[in-house]
Design a protein around this ligand. Structure first.
Ligand SMILES: [Ca+2]
Ligand SMILES: [Ca+2]
Length: 85
């Protein structure tokens, strides 16, 4: 399996784990994103302003929830950013 496939699989697992906590299993609410932060990146979880900003960045179509394509798009741009250095 290629590296990108592996990364995507990991993203999908992470997304599904957190997006499936309420009735809307196909997308992530702000509360679910806060949970993801607490579990995956606790050093960023305490900052509400940062969380709100992060959520707004993720929610590309501004419908108040984060879909998997939006999540992937954001993760991909993060990866590009990191690989540029
Ligand atoms: Ca959900
Ligand atoms: Ca959205």
């Amino acid at each position: 399996m290629g590296m990108i496939e592996e990364q995507l699989k990991l993203l999908k697992t992470t997304f599904d784990k957190h997006a499936g906590k309420d009735a809307d299993k196909g997308s992530m609410s702000k509360a679910e994103l806060a949970d993801l932060f607490r579990e995956e990146i606790p050093e960023m979880a305490g900052d509400k302003t940062q969380l709100n900003q992060f959520f707004a960045n993720l929610d590309g179509d501004k419908d108040g929830k984060v879909s998997f394509p939006e999540f992937v798009q954001f993760a991909a741009s993060l990866m590009l950013l990191y690989s540029a250095f």
